[in-house]
Structure formats: structure tokens, C-alpha cells
Ligand binder design. Structure first.
Ligand code: F0G
Length: 465
């Protein structure tokens, strides 16, 4: 196996650059205060290395930029939609395609089409927007992921797997007729980008079919999942990523996709299915919420760039480099003594904030605090994935997930090895003075998806025992 600390050279060279600056320490302090200690509220111009998300922050290829020029901007029947539909049929294998402005648009169409109020949806750990749309449609979410997914240090190759016993018990408990569908995230963002094996996906689908329950894949990063299957699952070792992705898609009735991830574009999404009834319903709702069913809230040029990106994303050279870059950052951080979730996922390295700031209690928001202090220390922007993201339950109490993480997310084809070295070095230095870092408390808490817009203030400094 390749030593992850030996970086794999980028399979591209740089044709256009965008300047970035590290503003001075006193300015970072002031900007963080203005942003209410929430990294989502920082201005991008005040950020040096932006690891907030890999969503819509990718660098397009020269071919994608060229494709923008031939976008067909017709309101109806755009030729660019035909190109996108052909690419999705070819790469994912679904006949019916409804374009949406981004992933949550597809989640909205899916939830509204398939959930009757009071019905249940099971999934392998929640995702923020996915659960919000399930609940908006009157659904109740049930987590059926394997227990190990909640343990940052458990080193299993497929920590995103569905626990089949939990799933079967759940279906029997609520009754198959009360299950709207089962949603399998491949991979599981909130668990650290952990993949699902093909064996588990197949078994999940078989179990659902036996009970007459429909199965959907959240395929925001399905290509990364496929590449991790290629690397880790015996039966699929070394098989082309494209073939594995197709096989994954064969297991499910539909896929909801945020194209802002795998497909290297800055905006876009879609719902694709082989279920003619879902297609009909979703196409009709699309007109209400997104735009006509041949553009779904996107410009013709966006559809065109996405069609090209979908064909690029399954090329092994690209996706292998992506995984190698994440592993490189993970290994560098570990060498600096930073506690991270193992094994590394496909889109990010997740720092274990509980282990980084052991002197803070859960309600002192360790991950939110750590993301703020990382920005203050070195201008690197990360994202909280812990108690703040988890929100409140239907009774209004804070949910307390086991995982309290800070995500260092790598945009695709954007940063170089030297940037990653800087990130690891600075976060390592912060770790060595972590016992002086205070927690945060809410001063403003929005109702929906609170992590995006909440404001905080620091608590008094308390020392580690
Ligand atoms: N599903 C998963 C697994 C995601 O990670 C996201 C977005 C969505 C659905 C929704 O897609 O943003 O296009 O509407 N994740 C982003 C992130 C926001 O930073 O992880 P969207």
C-alpha cells in the first residue's frame, strides 16, 4: 500500500489562479467576533484556506468551462438537458431524471412525493437537510446505522453500513406499510464520510424488497463510496469505479444527488429513478418549486458543465487522487498528534473535538468552539458537525450525538499539498495549547438548520484538569 504521507502528485496542472491572503491575527479575532463565532457567518475574503465544505467549491476542468459556452438557455426542451439526461443514464443507469437546483431540491421532491404524514423513514445516520425535508413532509426519521459508526476510533472499512438487524426490527415494529422508504447515504457524511459496502447495500435492498419497502440512495458522494469499495471490498478490489457505481445504483429505486460534490460543479442536483410513478410526481412538483422539468432551477450552461463533470468523476485517476489527498491530510494531522476519525473518509478529515478539547462538556459546544479557534489561529475555515448541527428533537431538547466533530473538507482540485501541510502544522500547534481554549454558548438560535445562522459567544476560560 502507498504510504499516505507520501503525497500523490495532482493529475492536473494549474491554468488559472485565484489569490488568497492570510489576514493578521488581530483582524481574524475581530472578524470572528463579528461572525458570532460561527464559521458559516465569516466572509470568504477573510478566510485563508477554506475547508468549510466540498460542496460547490470545486474547480471545474477546462472541458467543463468550455461546455458552459454551448449551454442551451431555452426555457423548455433545452438540448443541454438532453446531454445531462444522457450522462446520468450512462453513468448512474437510471432512465428518469428530474434536475434540481441542488441536493436539497431533490430531497424536497422525493420527501413530498413519497412520505405521508406520520410515516417513517429509516437511514444510516441522519444528514441535516435530508432529515429536515423528511420532517417537513411529516415523516419521522429512524437511525439504523451500525453501532461502530458512532465511535471515532473504531477502524472498520465500512462504518457507514446499515445494521440489518436494527432495520428489520424497525420495519417489524412500525409495520412495512408505515415505512415511506429507506434512505441509504453512500457514504455517510455525518459519520466522517464512512462508506457502505456493496454487500451491505445489496442486503439492505433485499431486506426492504422482502417487506415491500422502497430504497433510495443519497448519492451526493456516491463516487467516493464506489472508490472506497474498490479499495476495501474484496469482491470489488481494483474494479473500475464506474462499474461499481452502476452496481450500487442497480440496488435502489431512486437516487437523490447533490451534484455540487462528486461532479465538480458549483451548483446543481437531480433526482433519478426507475420508478415511473415517482418520476411523474417529482416532475410535477419540480414545476412548483424548482422550475420547468428540463432545467430545474439551473441555467442551461450549468446542465452542460454537469454533464461533462459526471463523465469526469468516474475516471479512476481523478477519484484515486481525491482519496489520496484526504489520506495525506489525515496522516499529517495524526503525525501532529491531532485526534481524527478513522478510517479517513472520502471528502474530509474529521477532527474529534471531544478528544481535542477534553475539558469542555457537550453543552459547551466543543466542535463549534474548535472550528472558531482554528480560524482564529490560522485563518483556516472548518465546519462543526456535532450538537449544533444535530439540532433539537420534536420535544425541543438538544440532540446529543456521540460524534462531536470538526470537518476539514477538501474542495476538489483546489488546494495543493503545501496548503495541507500548513493546515496540519497549525492545527497541531493549536492542539499543544488546547487546554486554554474556552467553549461557546448560543446567543441566537434559528428554528431551521440552526448551524448555518446561529450566533455564539465565548464562555470563560477553564483549564483542563
Ligand atoms: N446529502 C448529503 C450527504 C450532503 O452532504 C448534502 C450537502 C446534501 C445531501 C444536500 O445537498 O447542499 O446540494 O442541497 N452537504 C453539504 C456539506 C452542504 O457541506 O456537507 P445540497
Amino acid at each position: 500500500m502507498r504510504d499516505p504521507i507520501n503525497a500523490t502528485p495532482e493529475p492536473y496542472k494549474i491554468k488559472m489562479i485565484e489569490p488568497i491572503h492570510l489576514i493578521p491575527a488581530d483582524e481574524r479575532k475581530a472578524r470572528l467576533r463579528e461572525a458570532g463565532w460561527n464559521t458559516f457567518l465569516l466572509r470568504s475574503r477573510d478566510v485563508y484556506i477554506d475547508l468549510l465544505t466540498d460542496s460547490g467549491t470545486n474547480a471545474m476542468s477546462d472541458r467543463q468551462w468550455a461546455a458552459l459556452m454551448v449551454g442551451d438557455e431555452a426555457y423548455a426542451g433545452s438540448a443541454s438537458f438532453e446531454n445531462l439526461e444522457a450522462a446520468i443514464r450512462e453513468v448512474y443507469g437510471f432512465p428518469h431524471v428530474v434536475p434540481t437546483h441542488q441536493g436539497r431540491g431533490a430531497e424536497h421532491l422525493l420527501s413530498q412525493s413519497w412520505i405521508k404524514p406520520g410515516q417513517h423513514v429509516a437511514g444510516n445516520m441522519y444528514f441535516t437537510t435530508t432529515r429536515a425535508h423528511i420532517e417537513l413532509a411529516g415523516g419521522i426519521f429512524e437511525d439504523v446505522i451500525v453501532d461502530e459508526a458512532h465511535d471515532p476510533s473504531a477502524e472498520l472499512p465500512f462504518k457507514g453500513n446499515v445494521d440489518l438487524k436494527k432495520l428489520e426490527a424497525f420495519i417489524k415494529r412500525v409495520g412495512a406499510a408505515n415505512v415511506a422508504y429507506v434512505a441509504v447515504g453512500c457514504p455517510v457524511n455525518m459519520a466522517g464520510g464512512q462508506p457502505v459496502s456493496l454487500e451491505n447495500l445489496r442486503a439492505t435492498a433485499e431486506l426492504c424488497r422482502r417487506h415491500g419497502v422502497r430504497v433510495v440512495m443519497d448519492g451526493a458522494r456516491a463516487v467516493e463510496n464506489a472508490a472506497m469499495i474498490r479499495a476495501r471490498e474484496k469482491a470489488w478490489k481494483g474494479k473500475p469505479t464506474a462499474e461499481i457505481l452502476k452496481e450500487m445504483c442497480r440496488q435502489v429505486d431512486a437516487i437523490s444527488v447533490s451534484a455540487k460534490k462528486d461532479a465538480y460543479v458549483n451548483i446543481g442536483g437531480f433526482l433519478a429513478t426507475r420508478d415511473a410513478e415517482l418520476y411523474e410526481k417529482a416532475q410535477n412538483l419540480c414545476v412548483l418549486f424548482e422550475g420547468l422539468h428540463t432545467y430545474g432551477g439551473l441555467a442551461g450552461r450549468d446542465l452542460e458543465a454537469l454533464a461533462v463533470g459526471i463523465r469526469e468523476m468516474v475516471q479512476d485517476e481523478w477519484i484515486e487522487h481525491r482519496l489520496a489527498q484526504v489520506a495525506y491530510l489525515g496522516a499529517r494531522l495524526e503525525a501532529e498528534g491531532v485526534p481524527v476519525v478513522k478510517p479517513y473518509g472520502g471528502h474530509a478529515v474529521f477532527v474529534d473535538a471531544k478528544a481535542f478539547l477534553p475539558h469542555l462538556d457537550a453543552d459547551e459546544l466543543p466542535a463549534q468552539s474548535l472550528a472558531a479557534w482554528i480560524y482564529e489561529a490560522c485563518g483556516v475555515r472548518a465546519m462543526e458537525r456535532g450538537v449544533v448541527s444535530a439540532g433539537r428533537d420534536s420535544k425541543g431538547s438538544n440532540r446529543h450525538p456521540e460524534l462531536e466533530l470538526v470537518r476539514l473538507t477538501l474542495p476538489r482540485r483546489v488546494y495543493t499539498q503545501t496548503h495541507l501541510d500548513f493546515v496540519a502544522r497549525e492545527i497541531g500547534a493549536l492542539k499543544r495549547r488546547a487546554s486554554n481554549l474556552p467553549g461557546l454558548r448560543f446567543v441566537r438560535e434559528p428554528k431551521h438548520l440552526r448551524f448555518f445562522q446561529a450566533r455564539f459567544e465565548p464562555l470563560p476560560v477553564k483549564s483542563a484538569a
